[in-house]
Design a binder for this molecule. Structure first.
Ligand code: ADP
Ligand code: MG
Length: 369
Protein backbone atom coordinates (compact mmCIF):
# COMPACT_ATOMS: atom_id res chain seq x y z
CA UNK A 1 0.00 0.00 0.00
CA UNK A 2 1.36 3.43 -0.82
CA UNK A 3 2.35 5.86 1.90
CA UNK A 4 -0.34 8.35 2.64
CA UNK A 5 -0.38 10.77 5.52
CA UNK A 6 -3.68 12.39 4.57
CA UNK A 7 -7.12 10.96 5.35
CA UNK A 8 -7.81 7.48 4.00
CA UNK A 9 -11.37 8.42 3.10
CA UNK A 10 -12.89 11.79 2.54
CA UNK A 11 -16.18 13.39 1.56
CA UNK A 12 -15.98 16.87 0.04
CA UNK A 13 -19.17 18.85 -0.26
CA UNK A 14 -21.28 15.71 -0.59
CA UNK A 15 -25.05 16.07 -0.95
CA UNK A 16 -27.47 13.26 -1.68
CA UNK A 17 -31.03 13.41 -2.93
CA UNK A 18 -33.33 10.42 -3.32
CA UNK A 19 -35.83 11.96 -5.74
CA UNK A 20 -36.96 15.03 -3.85
CA UNK A 21 -35.85 13.65 -0.43
CA UNK A 22 -32.68 15.35 0.67
CA UNK A 23 -30.65 12.82 2.69
CA UNK A 24 -27.28 14.59 3.03
CA UNK A 25 -26.44 18.30 2.88
CA UNK A 26 -22.95 19.41 1.91
CA UNK A 27 -21.08 16.88 4.06
CA UNK A 28 -17.35 17.36 4.64
CA UNK A 29 -15.71 14.49 6.47
CA UNK A 30 -12.16 13.19 6.74
CA UNK A 31 -11.51 9.67 8.02
CA UNK A 32 -7.99 9.13 9.36
CA UNK A 33 -6.06 6.01 8.51
CA UNK A 34 -6.36 3.40 11.28
CA UNK A 35 -9.01 5.14 13.34
CA UNK A 36 -12.26 3.79 14.72
CA UNK A 37 -14.82 6.35 13.58
CA UNK A 38 -18.52 6.13 14.45
CA UNK A 39 -21.44 7.83 12.74
CA UNK A 40 -24.00 8.43 15.49
CA UNK A 41 -27.48 9.85 15.06
CA UNK A 42 -31.20 9.07 15.11
CA UNK A 43 -32.84 6.87 12.50
CA UNK A 44 -33.09 8.58 9.11
CA UNK A 45 -30.28 11.10 9.69
CA UNK A 46 -28.18 9.78 6.78
CA UNK A 47 -25.71 7.35 8.39
CA UNK A 48 -26.34 4.44 6.02
CA UNK A 49 -26.29 6.81 3.05
CA UNK A 50 -22.76 7.92 3.98
CA UNK A 51 -21.60 4.30 4.26
CA UNK A 52 -23.18 3.44 0.91
CA UNK A 53 -21.50 6.43 -0.72
CA UNK A 54 -18.14 5.31 0.70
CA UNK A 55 -18.68 1.74 -0.46
CA UNK A 56 -19.90 2.81 -3.90
CA UNK A 57 -23.44 1.40 -3.70
CA UNK A 58 -24.74 4.97 -3.95
CA UNK A 59 -23.31 7.92 -5.86
CA UNK A 60 -23.45 11.43 -4.41
CA UNK A 61 -25.76 13.90 -6.14
CA UNK A 62 -23.09 16.51 -5.58
CA UNK A 63 -19.50 16.49 -4.27
CA UNK A 64 -16.52 14.16 -4.25
CA UNK A 65 -15.54 10.90 -2.54
CA UNK A 66 -11.81 10.36 -2.09
CA UNK A 67 -9.83 7.25 -1.17
CA UNK A 68 -6.18 7.92 -0.31
CA UNK A 69 -6.48 11.36 -1.85
CA UNK A 70 -7.92 10.16 -5.18
CA UNK A 71 -11.44 10.87 -6.36
CA UNK A 72 -13.33 7.55 -6.60
CA UNK A 73 -16.83 8.71 -7.55
CA UNK A 74 -16.69 6.58 -10.72
CA UNK A 75 -14.96 3.51 -9.24
CA UNK A 76 -17.21 0.45 -8.82
CA UNK A 77 -17.63 -1.04 -5.29
CA UNK A 78 -15.53 -4.18 -6.03
CA UNK A 79 -12.49 -2.03 -6.84
CA UNK A 80 -12.55 0.11 -3.68
CA UNK A 81 -10.94 -2.21 -1.09
CA UNK A 82 -13.73 -1.37 1.33
CA UNK A 83 -15.98 -4.01 2.82
CA UNK A 84 -19.32 -3.65 4.53
CA UNK A 85 -20.87 -5.62 7.38
CA UNK A 86 -24.62 -5.08 7.14
CA UNK A 87 -27.39 -4.69 9.68
CA UNK A 88 -28.98 -8.00 8.63
CA UNK A 89 -26.09 -10.38 8.25
CA UNK A 90 -27.22 -11.49 4.76
CA UNK A 91 -25.54 -14.90 5.00
CA UNK A 92 -26.30 -17.54 2.35
CA UNK A 93 -28.51 -19.96 4.31
CA UNK A 94 -27.70 -23.00 2.14
CA UNK A 95 -23.90 -22.60 2.45
CA UNK A 96 -21.67 -23.66 5.33
CA UNK A 97 -19.83 -21.08 7.41
CA UNK A 98 -16.66 -21.89 5.49
CA UNK A 99 -18.34 -21.43 2.11
CA UNK A 100 -20.01 -18.19 3.17
CA UNK A 101 -16.63 -16.74 4.10
CA UNK A 102 -14.93 -18.21 1.00
CA UNK A 103 -17.57 -16.92 -1.40
CA UNK A 104 -15.91 -13.63 -2.36
CA UNK A 105 -12.49 -15.23 -2.83
CA UNK A 106 -14.00 -17.95 -5.04
CA UNK A 107 -15.66 -15.28 -7.17
CA UNK A 108 -12.21 -13.73 -7.59
CA UNK A 109 -10.92 -17.18 -8.60
CA UNK A 110 -8.20 -17.27 -5.95
CA UNK A 111 -6.22 -20.55 -5.71
CA UNK A 112 -7.83 -23.20 -3.49
CA UNK A 113 -5.01 -23.39 -0.93
CA UNK A 114 -4.94 -19.60 -0.54
CA UNK A 115 -8.72 -19.59 0.01
CA UNK A 116 -8.38 -22.31 2.64
CA UNK A 117 -5.67 -20.43 4.57
CA UNK A 118 -7.41 -17.08 4.42
CA UNK A 119 -10.80 -18.47 5.47
CA UNK A 120 -9.25 -20.28 8.43
CA UNK A 121 -7.42 -17.12 9.46
CA UNK A 122 -10.60 -15.02 9.22
CA UNK A 123 -12.62 -17.57 11.22
CA UNK A 124 -9.90 -17.71 13.84
CA UNK A 125 -10.08 -13.92 14.25
CA UNK A 126 -13.76 -14.11 15.12
CA UNK A 127 -13.32 -17.25 17.26
CA UNK A 128 -15.25 -19.53 14.91
CA UNK A 129 -12.45 -21.82 13.76
CA UNK A 130 -14.40 -24.84 15.03
CA UNK A 131 -17.63 -23.90 13.28
CA UNK A 132 -16.49 -23.98 9.64
CA UNK A 133 -18.81 -26.82 8.63
CA UNK A 134 -21.95 -25.55 10.39
CA UNK A 135 -24.85 -24.05 8.47
CA UNK A 136 -25.96 -20.47 9.39
CA UNK A 137 -29.26 -21.85 10.76
CA UNK A 138 -27.29 -23.82 13.34
CA UNK A 139 -25.65 -20.71 14.76
CA UNK A 140 -26.75 -18.15 17.35
CA UNK A 141 -27.32 -14.53 16.33
CA UNK A 142 -23.94 -13.52 17.72
CA UNK A 143 -22.18 -16.30 15.82
CA UNK A 144 -23.94 -15.37 12.58
CA UNK A 145 -22.78 -11.80 13.08
CA UNK A 146 -19.23 -13.06 13.49
CA UNK A 147 -19.48 -15.00 10.23
CA UNK A 148 -20.58 -11.79 8.51
CA UNK A 149 -17.53 -10.04 9.97
CA UNK A 150 -15.19 -12.86 8.88
CA UNK A 151 -16.66 -12.65 5.39
CA UNK A 152 -15.71 -8.97 5.23
CA UNK A 153 -12.30 -9.34 6.90
CA UNK A 154 -11.22 -12.19 4.60
CA UNK A 155 -10.93 -9.72 1.70
CA UNK A 156 -8.16 -7.76 3.48
CA UNK A 157 -10.05 -4.48 3.15
CA UNK A 158 -8.35 -1.14 3.83
CA UNK A 159 -11.52 0.00 5.56
CA UNK A 160 -14.28 -1.98 7.21
CA UNK A 161 -17.73 -0.37 7.15
CA UNK A 162 -20.18 -1.65 9.78
CA UNK A 163 -23.84 -0.63 9.59
CA UNK A 164 -25.56 -1.17 12.98
CA UNK A 165 -24.13 -4.70 13.09
CA UNK A 166 -25.36 -5.47 16.62
CA UNK A 167 -28.89 -4.12 16.48
CA UNK A 168 -30.44 -7.61 16.43
CA UNK A 169 -28.48 -8.80 19.47
CA UNK A 170 -29.55 -8.70 23.09
CA UNK A 171 -27.87 -6.36 25.56
CA UNK A 172 -25.26 -8.72 26.99
CA UNK A 173 -24.19 -10.09 23.62
CA UNK A 174 -24.02 -6.58 22.26
CA UNK A 175 -21.57 -5.57 24.98
CA UNK A 176 -19.43 -8.62 24.23
CA UNK A 177 -19.45 -7.96 20.48
CA UNK A 178 -18.50 -4.32 21.06
CA UNK A 179 -15.46 -5.52 22.96
CA UNK A 180 -14.58 -8.08 20.29
CA UNK A 181 -14.92 -5.64 17.39
CA UNK A 182 -12.75 -3.10 19.16
CA UNK A 183 -10.17 -5.82 19.77
CA UNK A 184 -10.37 -6.94 16.14
CA UNK A 185 -9.79 -3.40 14.93
CA UNK A 186 -6.64 -3.10 17.05
CA UNK A 187 -5.46 -6.49 15.82
CA UNK A 188 -6.02 -5.67 12.14
CA UNK A 189 -4.84 -2.07 12.46
CA UNK A 190 -7.22 -0.96 9.71
CA UNK A 191 -9.81 1.81 9.63
CA UNK A 192 -13.29 0.96 10.92
CA UNK A 193 -16.31 3.12 10.17
CA UNK A 194 -19.14 2.06 12.43
CA UNK A 195 -22.77 3.18 12.38
CA UNK A 196 -25.06 3.21 15.39
CA UNK A 197 -27.91 5.19 16.91
CA UNK A 198 -26.76 4.13 20.39
CA UNK A 199 -24.71 6.75 22.21
CA UNK A 200 -23.18 4.33 24.71
CA UNK A 201 -22.09 1.99 21.96
CA UNK A 202 -20.51 4.86 20.04
CA UNK A 203 -18.62 6.08 23.12
CA UNK A 204 -17.44 2.62 24.14
CA UNK A 205 -15.80 1.86 20.81
CA UNK A 206 -14.70 4.99 19.00
CA UNK A 207 -11.65 7.17 18.66
CA UNK A 208 -13.90 9.82 17.13
CA UNK A 209 -17.65 10.20 16.88
CA UNK A 210 -19.55 12.06 14.15
CA UNK A 211 -22.92 13.21 15.51
CA UNK A 212 -25.48 13.57 12.71
CA UNK A 213 -28.98 14.99 12.48
CA UNK A 214 -31.26 15.31 9.45
CA UNK A 215 -28.47 15.01 6.90
CA UNK A 216 -26.10 17.40 8.66
CA UNK A 217 -23.00 16.80 10.76
CA UNK A 218 -23.62 18.46 14.13
CA UNK A 219 -20.23 17.73 15.69
CA UNK A 220 -17.10 15.63 15.22
CA UNK A 221 -14.90 14.83 18.21
CA UNK A 222 -13.65 12.30 20.72
CA UNK A 223 -16.35 10.77 22.95
CA UNK A 224 -15.13 13.00 25.78
CA UNK A 225 -15.32 16.18 23.68
CA UNK A 226 -18.79 15.29 22.47
CA UNK A 227 -20.04 14.60 25.99
CA UNK A 228 -18.30 17.41 27.85
CA UNK A 229 -18.22 20.11 25.17
CA UNK A 230 -21.34 19.64 23.02
CA UNK A 231 -21.46 22.33 20.35
CA UNK A 232 -25.22 22.69 20.40
CA UNK A 233 -28.40 21.62 22.11
CA UNK A 234 -29.04 18.71 19.75
CA UNK A 235 -25.68 17.08 20.54
CA UNK A 236 -25.99 17.82 24.26
CA UNK A 237 -29.38 16.11 24.43
CA UNK A 238 -28.56 13.21 22.12
CA UNK A 239 -25.58 11.98 24.11
CA UNK A 240 -27.12 11.85 27.56
CA UNK A 241 -29.25 13.47 30.20
CA UNK A 242 -28.71 17.22 30.53
CA UNK A 243 -30.21 20.10 32.53
CA UNK A 244 -30.78 23.38 30.74
CA UNK A 245 -30.96 26.52 32.88
CA UNK A 246 -31.77 29.93 31.43
CA UNK A 247 -29.45 32.81 32.22
CA UNK A 248 -28.65 36.41 31.35
CA UNK A 249 -25.10 37.76 31.10
CA UNK A 250 -24.51 40.47 33.75
CA UNK A 251 -20.82 41.13 33.37
CA UNK A 252 -18.08 40.27 30.86
CA UNK A 253 -14.74 39.62 32.56
CA UNK A 254 -11.30 38.70 31.20
CA UNK A 255 -10.43 35.30 29.70
CA UNK A 256 -13.97 34.40 28.71
CA UNK A 257 -15.22 34.55 32.26
CA UNK A 258 -18.66 35.97 32.89
CA UNK A 259 -21.11 36.70 35.65
CA UNK A 260 -24.65 35.69 34.83
CA UNK A 261 -28.04 35.73 36.45
CA UNK A 262 -29.33 32.17 36.64
CA UNK A 263 -32.66 31.80 38.40
CA UNK A 264 -32.23 35.12 40.21
CA UNK A 265 -28.77 34.22 41.56
CA UNK A 266 -25.42 35.49 40.25
CA UNK A 267 -23.13 32.67 39.09
CA UNK A 268 -19.67 32.79 37.50
CA UNK A 269 -19.57 31.13 34.05
CA UNK A 270 -16.68 30.01 31.88
CA UNK A 271 -16.98 29.30 28.18
CA UNK A 272 -15.01 29.43 24.93
CA UNK A 273 -17.88 31.40 23.42
CA UNK A 274 -18.26 35.16 23.36
CA UNK A 275 -21.30 36.81 24.86
CA UNK A 276 -22.34 40.42 25.53
CA UNK A 277 -23.94 41.99 28.59
CA UNK A 278 -27.74 41.38 28.69
CA UNK A 279 -27.45 38.47 26.26
CA UNK A 280 -29.66 35.49 27.09
CA UNK A 281 -27.81 32.20 27.43
CA UNK A 282 -28.47 28.54 28.18
CA UNK A 283 -26.40 26.94 30.92
CA UNK A 284 -26.08 23.18 30.36
CA UNK A 285 -25.21 20.84 33.22
CA UNK A 286 -24.97 17.06 33.27
CA UNK A 287 -26.68 15.44 36.30
CA UNK A 288 -23.27 14.42 37.68
CA UNK A 289 -22.00 18.04 37.45
CA UNK A 290 -24.55 19.20 40.01
CA UNK A 291 -23.77 19.38 43.73
CA UNK A 292 -26.62 18.97 46.14
CA UNK A 293 -26.47 20.16 49.75
CA UNK A 294 -28.65 20.10 52.77
CA UNK A 295 -29.43 23.83 53.28
CA UNK A 296 -27.51 23.94 56.58
CA UNK A 297 -24.50 22.00 55.30
CA UNK A 298 -21.33 23.72 56.47
CA UNK A 299 -19.68 23.00 53.09
CA UNK A 300 -22.30 25.13 51.40
CA UNK A 301 -20.57 28.18 49.98
CA UNK A 302 -20.79 30.34 46.87
CA UNK A 303 -23.96 30.90 44.87
CA UNK A 304 -26.65 28.23 44.82
CA UNK A 305 -30.26 27.67 43.85
CA UNK A 306 -32.88 26.19 46.10
CA UNK A 307 -35.41 23.48 45.46
CA UNK A 308 -37.16 20.42 46.81
CA UNK A 309 -36.49 16.72 46.28
CA UNK A 310 -39.17 15.11 44.11
CA UNK A 311 -37.70 11.71 43.70
CA UNK A 312 -34.68 9.79 44.92
CA UNK A 313 -33.61 6.58 43.21
CA UNK A 314 -30.85 4.38 44.58
CA UNK A 315 -28.68 3.20 41.66
CA UNK A 316 -25.79 1.53 43.43
CA UNK A 317 -22.95 3.82 42.40
CA UNK A 318 -25.14 6.92 42.52
CA UNK A 319 -28.34 8.25 43.95
CA UNK A 320 -30.36 9.86 41.16
CA UNK A 321 -32.39 12.83 42.34
CA UNK A 322 -35.19 14.74 40.68
CA UNK A 323 -35.42 18.23 42.12
CA UNK A 324 -37.99 20.97 41.54
CA UNK A 325 -36.27 24.33 41.75
CA UNK A 326 -38.11 27.25 43.35
CA UNK A 327 -38.84 28.67 39.88
CA UNK A 328 -40.72 25.44 39.07
CA UNK A 329 -38.10 23.90 36.79
CA UNK A 330 -37.35 20.21 37.24
CA UNK A 331 -33.74 19.09 37.14
CA UNK A 332 -31.88 15.78 37.42
CA UNK A 333 -28.88 15.24 39.66
CA UNK A 334 -26.68 12.17 40.13
CA UNK A 335 -24.84 12.12 43.44
CA UNK A 336 -21.93 9.71 43.78
CA UNK A 337 -21.20 7.78 46.93
CA UNK A 338 -17.80 8.51 48.33
CA UNK A 339 -16.14 8.32 51.71
CA UNK A 340 -16.20 11.94 52.78
CA UNK A 341 -19.66 12.61 51.39
CA UNK A 342 -21.67 9.98 53.17
CA UNK A 343 -24.89 11.91 53.54
CA UNK A 344 -26.52 11.77 50.13
CA UNK A 345 -29.77 10.28 51.31
CA UNK A 346 -32.57 12.77 50.87
CA UNK A 347 -36.22 12.58 51.79
CA UNK A 348 -38.94 13.35 49.31
CA UNK A 349 -40.04 16.96 49.81
CA UNK A 350 -36.81 17.87 51.57
CA UNK A 351 -35.41 21.31 50.83
CA UNK A 352 -31.96 21.34 49.19
CA UNK A 353 -29.41 23.77 47.80
CA UNK A 354 -28.04 23.18 44.30
CA UNK A 355 -24.83 24.40 42.72
CA UNK A 356 -22.31 22.96 40.30
CA UNK A 357 -18.62 22.44 39.90
CA UNK A 358 -17.55 25.84 38.57
CA UNK A 359 -16.20 25.63 35.03
CA UNK A 360 -18.03 22.39 34.15
CA UNK A 361 -21.01 24.22 32.72
CA UNK A 362 -21.50 24.45 28.95
CA UNK A 363 -22.88 27.83 27.90
CA UNK A 364 -24.79 28.19 24.63
CA UNK A 365 -26.65 31.11 23.14
CA UNK A 366 -30.40 31.43 23.45
CA UNK A 367 -30.93 29.42 20.24
CA UNK A 368 -28.92 26.51 21.62
CA UNK A 369 -26.00 27.08 19.27
P1 ADP B 1 -29.98 6.25 8.72
O1 ADP B 1 -29.08 5.17 8.25
O2 ADP B 1 -29.29 7.29 9.53
O3 ADP B 1 -31.19 5.74 9.42
P2 ADP B 1 -30.46 6.68 5.87
O4 ADP B 1 -29.16 7.07 5.33
O5 ADP B 1 -30.89 5.27 5.65
O6 ADP B 1 -30.53 7.06 7.42
O7 ADP B 1 -31.60 7.62 5.27
C1 ADP B 1 -31.50 9.02 5.20
C2 ADP B 1 -32.76 9.58 4.54
O8 ADP B 1 -32.82 9.16 3.19
C3 ADP B 1 -34.05 9.12 5.19
O9 ADP B 1 -34.97 10.17 5.13
C4 ADP B 1 -34.47 7.96 4.33
O10 ADP B 1 -35.87 7.80 4.35
C5 ADP B 1 -34.00 8.41 2.95
N1 ADP B 1 -33.65 7.27 2.07
C6 ADP B 1 -32.66 6.37 2.30
N2 ADP B 1 -32.57 5.48 1.29
C7 ADP B 1 -33.52 5.82 0.40
C8 ADP B 1 -33.93 5.32 -0.88
N3 ADP B 1 -33.31 4.25 -1.44
N4 ADP B 1 -34.95 5.93 -1.50
C9 ADP B 1 -35.55 7.01 -0.96
N5 ADP B 1 -35.22 7.55 0.21
C10 ADP B 1 -34.21 6.98 0.89
MG1 MG C 1 -29.26 3.09 8.61
Amino acid sequence: MKENNGPILELRGVSKYYGSTSALHDINLQVENGEFLTLLGPSGCGKTTILRIFSGFETPTKGEVLLNGKVINDIVPEKRKLNTVFQNYALFPHMSVHDNVAFGLRMQKRPADEIKTRVQEALRMVHLENYAQRMPGQLSGGQQQRVAIARAVVNNPMVLLLDEPFSALDFKLRKQMQFEIKHLQRQLGITFIFVTHDQEEAFAMSDRVVVMNEGYIEQIGSPQEIYEEPENLFVARFVGEINILEGVILEVQENNAYLADVGGVTFPLRTRRNFAVDEKVLVLLRPEDLKIYHPHDEDLEGPHLYGRINESVYKGATVDLTITLDNGQRIQAAEFFNEDDADINYNIGERVAVSWVAGWEVVLDNAGE
